[in-house]
Design a protein around this ligand. Structure first.
Ligand code: ADP
Ligand code: MG
Length: 679
């Protein structure tokens, strides 16, 4: 006894009975009521029956597109129930060829590409694929229709394309569901002639029909009524004569047999190799190229939708880059200001205490005590007021600053001409002065070197010994260039005789890290000496640092806003992927019916998501750089960060992958019949 190719025992199929997706629970109906059927290799079987009798359901079970609710299906001796999804895909790919009533061609692919789909999943090389699909189409009289889309073909032509597709991987077992049902008489006759030739060539044919003439051509007719087999003409003859699939050596696939009843059947690939055949590592590159090609086509065919999604990603990525760059630019600008102002400088002055009482007084002894603190660097008392300054007949009210010889050091400033006065000159109460660049320009517009000239400050003559470099306007400070500098003690003796204490004291911390500690220590010493807090400390460094912190917070806010837009872009990708998968459920069904594995489907949709996000991310980076450059040219401080660019780009790709993965995974898990029924 030979093993039947297909052996059904007590196959039942029920629909409904389980609530799906929260719909009202439909009543359970049994469509197949225990089918027993043996089909041997090389048979040509017609299945007849009225509409609704369960023919299509039976064929879906036979073709492993659907699982029976009950009963045993042995394929070539193997229980199909024990096969996993990949092995079933392998069976559909290598053993079966489907010809559907509704053709089920992929609408976006050409005739040639439709024919090649099963071979892609079988891992055939592109050259071999093209050669075989061209030969098959030519054999079916469609040589000139290779590049036509399904909607550019007649029904009969589409049906012949689907037959070519069924034969692409060999198609040892052809399952045809009412192949002539939708065709005119002439096309129907063509298709039937083709099927007979295939039967003669050794293919096992199972053809569903309700047409007596079509059935008459088959060698065995099975009649089905209300889910039960009610008639079978030739099972025994076939069983005795048909050879088993386990003797494949005698076969020649492409040579049509001469007799009505061929003594041979096509070879059947060994099911035990289901997992080792088909895809191999060598074809990975080809697979990816194929996936990228399909993805690119999908994007091109839906230009407006693709464009809108791309826009979402581009805006997301670009705004992250620009906002972070602007934020960083602002922060660095503040830091730079901090550098010129000196990060270590504090201002000390006496003040009426907040608790009431007379204002305090800063004495020289107070300053000596502060100077002695280890956290403190320089201490420079300053007296400064607008005073009338004269040279010859010119006079001007200007700010005259009396400060010690360390002024250039404290303010990180240098003389342009001459020299600064010394400590010794200060102690000797020497009448010497250094002027700012604007003062120079005011009194000596035509004299590049005013050194040695005498200025009358108040009523005292001072000799100019130096001119400071131009400093420019410090943010918030007075204009240092428009001043005259005189020694502190000399100034007190000659100009500010009425002054009993400094107007303010510039105190420099020993280092930038010690500013806070220095401020605390200084306050502590003065509080102890005065017994109350009758002084105030202005901390320029702290103010600027606070500003820097504010800018940092702003950068973070901008970054957050940008991140939100990135997420919105990601949701756009998710939406598109969901819609794509929805729209293309039928295509997924077709691909699975022709042998795509779950991971093939997944890979296809992931490739599309990746391509979309890569293109969007790249455009986004370029757009971000362009916008940032324009901003920079118009004077906004902008600092690009490579990390922001990489981060935004990777985020876009990651959201695309995650959101692309979820719907694709759901689609790939569908049963092929369910997917095929999807609209
Ligand atoms: P045929 O192909 O012989 O015309 P089918 O096998 O397509 O018949 O359908 C047989 C019966 O099963 C029909 O009554 C049909 O309504 C029912 N049926 C088919 N598919 C489903 C389904 N997915 N859910 C519920 N009932 C179904
Ligand atoms: Mg049907």
């Amino acid at each position: 006894m030979s093993v039947p190719l297909i052996e059904l025992r007590g196959i039942r199929k029920r629909y409904g009975g389980r609530a799906t997706r929260g719909d009202a629970q439909p009543p359970e109906v049994e469509v197949l009521h225990g089918i027993d059927l043996d089909i041997y290799a090389g048979e040509y079987v017609a299945i007849m029956g009225a509409s609704g009798s369960g023919k299509s359901t039976l064929m879906h079970v036979l073709g492993c597109l659907d699982r029976p609710s009950d009963g045993v299906y042995r394929f070539n001796g193997h229980d199909v129930a024990t096969l996993d999804a990949d092995a079933l895909a392998w069976l559909r790919r290598e053993a079966f060829g489907f010809v559907f009533q509704g053709y089920h061609l992929i609408a976006t692919e050409s005739a040639g590409e439709n024919v090649e789909v099963p071979a892609i999943y079988a891992g055939m090389s592109e050259a071999a694929r093209t050669a075989r699909s061209t030969a098959l189409l030519a054999r079916l009289g469609l040589a000139d229709k290779r590049h036509n889309r399904p909607n550019q073909l007649s029904g009969g032509q589409q049906q012949r394309v689907s037959i070519a597709r069924a034969l692409m991987n060999g198609g040892q077992i052809i399952l045809a569901d009412e192949p002539t049902g939708a065709l005119d008489t002439k096309s129907g006759a063509d298709v039937m002639r083709l099927l007979r030739e295939l039967a003669d060539a050794g293919h096992t044919l199972i053809v569903i029909t309700h047409d007596r003439n079509v059935a008459a051509q088959a060698r065995r007719v099975i009649e089905i009524r209300d889910g039960c087999i009610v008639g079978d003409t030739g099972a025994h003859a076939a069983a005795n004569e048909g050879p088993s699939a386990s003797t494949p050596e005698r076969v020649d696939a492409e040579t049509p047999g001469a007799g009505r009843r061929p003594p041979i059947a096509l070879p059947l690939p060994d099911i035990a190799h289901a997992h080792t055949q088909g895809h191999t590592g060598a074809s990975l590159w080809a697979d990816l190229r194929e996936a990228a090609r399909t993805a690119w086509r999908g994007m091109r065919l839906n230009r407006s939708r693709t464009g809108l999604t791309l826009l979402g990603i581009v805006i997301g990525v670009a705004s992250v880059i620009v906002m972070l760059a602007v934020g960083e630019g602002a922060r660095q600008k503040v830091m730079a200001e901090l550098g010129t102002m000196g990060t270590t400088i504090m201002y000390l002055g006496s003040r009426p205490p907040s608790t009431g009482g007379p204002r305090g007084m800063l004495t020289d002894e107070d300053l000596d005590a502060v100077r002695a603190l280890p956290e403190i660097g320089h201490v420079m008392p300053v007296i400064g007021d607008p005073i009338t300054v004269r040279f010859g007949r010119a006079d001007k009210q200007m700010y005259v600053m009396a400060a010690s010889h360390i002024m250039p050091e404290v303010h990180r400033w240098q003389v342009a001409q001459g020299r600064y006065y010394t400590d010794a000159e200060d102690r000797d109460l020497a009448p010497v002065a250094v002027i700012g660049s604007k003062t120079h320009a005011h009194f000596f517009p035509d004299d590049p070197s005013p050194l040695g000239r005498q200025l009358l400050i108040g009523n005292s003559p001072f000799e100019i010994v130096g001119v400071m470099q131009e400093r420019g306007a410090d943010s918030g400070a007075q204009d240092y260039d428009d001043m005259v500098f005189i020694p502190y003690d000399s100034g007190r003796a000659r100009v500010y005789q009425a002054q009993t204490e400094p107007d303010y004291v510039v105190v420099e911390a020993a280092s930038a890290e010690l500013v806070q500690a220095a401020e605390a220590a200084m306050k502590n010493v003065l509080r102890t000496r005065h017994g109350r807090e009758d002084f105030g400390v202005g901390n320029a460094a702290a103010r600027l640092q606070a500003e820097a912190a504010t800018r940092s917070a702003m950068t973070m806010m901008l970054g957050l806003i940008a991140a939100v837009s990135l997420v919105v872009g990601g949701i756009g990708v998710m939406n598109v992927m969901l819609m794509t998968v929805r729209e293309r459920t039928r295509e997924i069904g077709i691909r699975m019916a022709t042998g795509a594995r779950q991971r093939d489907i997944l890979r296809q949709f992931l490739t599309e998501a990746t391509l979309l996000t890569f293109v969007g991310g790249t455009i986004g980076v370029v757009a971000g750089l362009a916008i940032g450059t324009v901003l920079r040219l118009s004077g906004v401080p902008v600092v690009f960060a490579v990390s922001a660019m990489a981060g935004a780009f990777l985020c876009a790709v990651a959201t695309g992958l995650i959101f692309g993965y979820m719907p694709a995974k759901t689609a790939a898990r569908l049963d092929p019949v369910v997917a095929l029924a999807g609209e």
